[in-house]
Write a protein that binds this ligand. Structure first.
Ligand code: ATP
Length: 438
């Protein structure tokens, strides 16, 4: 019995660690599998199949090693249990028969036979099974332990706060945005991605954010939505520090048209546009008309009740962006954030997007992260970022008049013809703004 317990203790101690390693080695397989399937076209276009095969083989091998070690431990334990059971049963049986023959054990042969049958059954089947199962339960607890670890991860700020009720129902009524000394990093061990950023956008103004890759444009958008929390500084929207609000109140006030628009699969087009069933069908059709998606949805067999496929794959990226915009039209958001809106769409869709923004959101404050400068050249302000810092900020024409300016060099790098057109559009916008001012 003591040996059984000792054996179990050794087995549990070893396999708990092995199981933990096996669990950790399994996650990368699932992650890589789903990422590779998602990006299969990109992988094939770039001829990186071998690289991915090798990478997959490496993580698969790492997992197989851990899984094999676990199987070996289990076999070792089972084998030892069987040996102990065999030795114990043999010794008990032979001793009982010997003692009975010698007359030391005064018991009827039929009772002795029954006792031995039960002993053999218990020691060779039941007892090892109980020991094995109890060890298995302890090992499987590693999964519970991992779940517990996830539970312990720091969570986002509260979804709802009492303060939200004090805020005007239509907030932000005058959607000005003030960013002061904003410093943000992804993790405490990483360098800052936004470094002491300060600027202000007036209500109803349109701000274009430009900069080289990795300059912090998306991080700024994420900070506005509090997907990234400020380490220092703050963002104020219509006079309210966004940190004082619950995430639900803040995020429902901002419409985001991302580079990879999100549609919820398993739901209908209607659910995606109006998740809280607040609007009549006519209102939804009007919103679709305003973003020129009326015909596309009307052509579907089930129209508004048509199902949205996984990640919205039954719509093109441009159509998904327009559906996100229709969602914003319905909710009448006063702050619209566009993250690289033109990165995945043709210039016609981009123009349509910009036209809808001008017409339907003339009072809204718009922040557009852009690589294509023609998207934001007629905006009110442009913020040029570099390494998380503000390099330039001002109206496009003011920045274009700066000698050796960063924005000027970005415009010049688009080629002579495009640069000329951008200069002209910036001047036209200034003239138009001046006329409207008068
Ligand atoms: N999830 C992340 N974890 C850690 N660091 C990140 C993460 N995302 C971005 N960064 C880092 O933060 C910095 C700013 O990145 P960000 O994505 O904001 O740049 P960007 O200007 O939007 O780039 P792009 O134009 O390529 O989208 C970069 O140095 C980047 O390496």
């Amino acid at each position: 019995m003591c040996y059984f317990i000792k054996l179990r203790r050794i087995f549990v101690k070893t396999t708990r660690e092995v199981k933990r390693i096996e669990g950790m080695a399994r996650s990368p397989i699932f992650a890589m599998m789903s990422e590779s399937l998602k990006g299969v076209r990109t992988i094939r276009c770039n001829g990186k199949m071998n690289y991915f095969f090798n990478k997959f083989e490496d993580i698969q091998t790492a997992h197989t090693k851990a899984a094999f070690a676990f199987t070996v431990c289990s076999r070792w334990f089972a084998f030892n249990l069987d040996i102990i059971s065999f030795v114990f049963t043999s010794v008990a049986s032979f001793s009982a028969v010997l003692f009975h023959d010698r007359g030391w054990l005064d018991i009827q042969p039929s009772v002795l036979g029954l006792a031995l049958t039960l002993l053999i059954q218990i020691s060779t089947t039941n007892f090892p099974w109980i020991v094995r199962q109890s060890a298995e339960v302890t090992n499987q607890m590693v999964s519970v332990e991992r779940l517990h670890e996830f539970q312990e991860l720091p969570s986002e700020a509260p979804f709802k706060l009492d303060r939200d009720k004090e805020v005007d129902e239509n907030w932000p009524v005058s959607p000005s945005i003030i960013v002061r000394d904003l410093t943000v990093r992804y993790r405490s061990s990483l360098p800052v991605c936004l470094d002491g950023l300060s600027f202000a956008v007036g209500a109803g103004e349109r701000l274009g954010v430009v900069g080289r890759t990795g300059s912090g444009k998306s991080s700024l958008v994420q900070s506005l939505l509090r997907l990234l929390e400020a380490e220092k500084g703050f963002i104020e929207v219509d006079g309210i520090d966004v940190r004082s609000l619950g995430l639900h109140r803040l995020r429902t006030a901002v419409a985001v048209i991302p580079q990879h628009p999100v549609l919820f699969s398993g739901y209908t087009v209607r659910d995606n546009l109006d998740p809280f069933t607040k609007f009549e069908d006519d209102t939804i059709w009007d919103a679709l008309k305003s973003v020129q998606m009326f015909d596309a949805i009307k052509a579907l067999p089930l129209q508004l009740d048509a199902a949205v496929a996984r990640e919205g794959s039954n719509f093109s990226v441009g159509q998904r962006q327009l559906l996100c915009l229709a969602r914003a039209v319905l909710l009448r958001n006063n702050i619209i954030v566009l993250d690289e809106p033109s990165a995945n769409v043709d210039s016609k869709t981009d123009q349509l997007l910009q036209k809808t923004l001008r017409e339907k959101f003339s009072q809204a404050t718009i922040i557009s992260v852009a690589h294509r400068l023609d998207t934001i050249i007629d905006y009110d302000k442009v913020l040029v970022l570099g390494d998380g810092k503000m390099i330039e900020f001002g109206s496009p024409s003011a920045l274009l008049s700066k000698e050796d300016g960063h924005f000027l060099s970005l415009v010049n790098s688009t080629g002579d013809e495009m640069a000329r057109s951008l200069f002209k559009r910036a001047r036209d916008h200034d003239r138009q703004a001046a006329n409207e001012g008068e």
